[in-house]
Design a protein around this ligand. Structure first.
Ligand SMILES: Cc1cc2nc3c(=O)[nH]c(=O)nc-3n(C[C@H](O)[C@H](O)[C@H](O)COP(=O)(O)OP(=O)(O)OC[C@H]3O[C@@H](n4cnc5c(N)ncnc54)[C@H](O)[C@@H]3O)c2cc1C
Length: 426
């Protein structure tokens, strides 16, 4: 075992959705950065990825959007929300958004992430260390001035101007900073799978019912990214019941896609993803910052967790050169990043939790209201656009005020129902 001391400008813990984007954005500004990632290499596991318009904008700014391999991506415009059994409630069309980001991009697992990691490896000013685990912070008085890590069998000390905790929901950096976290694990998570459909599935479908959610998003080729809500801790039980039982449950939800469901032939084509939410009173300290899930994980109903981690990264990458020039790494200086990001993140966390309440429910009153809201949205272009632009990551304020809520629930008429904002297209 050896001990090394290394100096850099910025050290990032975690090369996930947020950390990798931050490293690349800093590299493109020529800022010396080290990224520690505990995993032995780039992620290979099964996961579905939807790049919302705000995520596409980030990739575009990094020069990567047009470089994603076409054979691994699929643009999707229409998302149909349906009741279990098949009745369509509402259709949301990304084509209503202003171009060029007027589509959702569904990628095969880790495609965008690998493109970012590959781009980092080509940069001189960034070192990405796989198999390196954060072990503690270095402090001088109250100021964080670096960290310690285990890299293979070696102990490493990294002295840095700013330490960034991009290490996910169970952040050890957050713990070391003694930032208290309200960590909520939701009782339901998702069984996910990518299936080869016998015929193309042209548009996305999302089914809601009595404590039931099943989503099917078309991916590259004839592949379909499927996610099915199950209770946390029940994955083994679902497996024990067997694939035919699971397929039967899916066929009952959407009989028209039986042939897609039959394409599931083994559990190795599935994975379980738990869901959690993190709330913290602050994201900054003297010499340290939290980004992404470490600061503000949210329920995936918002379809924005990773996108928000990416936007955090870009916002912080815009601020850090100023900090380096001014030699000011105080919490007060870093706070402008948090001030800029917190309103949107808080709004999305609240919205996602409302969706948990109404979408994951077995309560007939909540289900009735949920379906009524979907039906109103189908007729009301103004409110539908509000919801779409929020999911797309283009809004910082809540989609509905009190009056809009009454309209959405069908208790008030809407004289402006067909108004779309300037810049929106039909
Ligand atoms: C079911 C499900 C569906 C989702 N769907 C979407 C979606 O449609 N759209 C969307 O935008 N988001 C979605 N998300 C959320 C998204 O996956 C996360 O919000 C996003 O990955 C957060 O990025 P991050 O960089 O903050 O954390 P992560 O991506 O979790 O990265 C953290 C990294 O830190 C590393 N690490 C942890 N501890 C250490 C340590 N001590 N030392 C070194 N490295 C460490 C980890 O190995 C990891 O690579 C979904 C999440 C779930 C569960």
């Amino acid at each position: 075992m050896t001990e090394a001391v290394i100096e850099t400008d910025i050290v990032v813990v975690g090369a996930g959705g947020g950390g990798a984007v931050l490293a690349l954005a800093l590299a493109q500004k020529g800022i010396k950065t080290i990224v520690l990632e505990q995993a032995p290499g780039p992620p290979q596991g099964l996961r579905g990825e939807i790049l919302q318009p705000n995520g596409q904008l980030v990739l575009d700014r990094l020069g990567l959007l047009n470089k994603l391999p076409v054979e691994s991506t699929r643009a999707v415009r229409k998302f149909h929300f349906c009741r279990v059994g098949g009745e369509r409630l509402c259709t949301v069309d990304y084509g209503d958004l202003p171009p060029p980001y007027n589509q959702a991009v569904v990628t095969l697992p880790n495609v965008a992430h690998h493109a970012i990691l590959d781009a980092i490896q080509a940069e001189q000013s960034v070192s990405l260390w796989y198999g390196a685990t954060f072990t503690g912070l270095l402090r001088e008085r109250q100021q964080v001035v670096g960290l310690t890590a285990k890299r293979g069998t070696d102990q490493v000390t990294v002295k840095a101007k700013v330490v960034v905790g991009a290490d996910g929901v169970f952040s050890k950096v957050r713990e070391a900073l003694q930032i208290p976290a309200d960590l909520h694990l939701y009782p339901q998570g998702y069984l996910i799978s990518i299936l080869d459909a016998p015929t193309p599935v042209p548009e996305a479908k999302y089914f809601v019912g009595k404590r039931t959610i099943l989503g099917m998003f078309p991916a590259a080729g004839n592949k379909v990214y499927l996610f099915y809500m199950i209770d946390t801790g029940s994955y083994d039980q679902v497996k024990a019941q067997g694939i035919p039982a699971l397929q039967q449950a899916w066929i009952a939800i959407d009989p028209s896609c039986e042939s897609v469901f039959r394409a599931l032939t083994g559990w190795d084509h599935t994975a379980f993803m738990p869901t959690g939410r993190v709330r913290t009173p602050t994201w900054v300290a003297d010499g340290a910052v939290l980004i992404g899930d470490a600061a503000h994980a949210m329920n995936p109903h918002a379809s924005q967790g990773r996108m928000q981690a990416m936007v955090d990264a870009m916002t912080l990458a815009d601020l850090l050169p100023e900090c380096l020039t001014a030699k000011d790494y105080s919490a007060m200086k870093l706070k402008s990043y948090e001030d800029s990001r917190r309103p949107q993140v808080t709004m999305l966390q609240k919205l996602a939790d409302e969706q948990v309440l109404f979408w994951n429910t077995a309560n007939p009153v909540f289900s009735f209201l949920r379906d009524r809201v979907f039906r109103t949205l189908d007729r009301n272009a103004r409110l539908r656009y509000r919801v779409l632009s929020t999911t797309a990551g283009l809004r910082r304020t809540p989609p509905f005020d009190l009056i809009d809520r009454m309209i959405a629930a069908g208790f008030l008429p809407d004289p402006s129902a067909q108004d779309l904002p300037v810049g929106g297209t039909r």
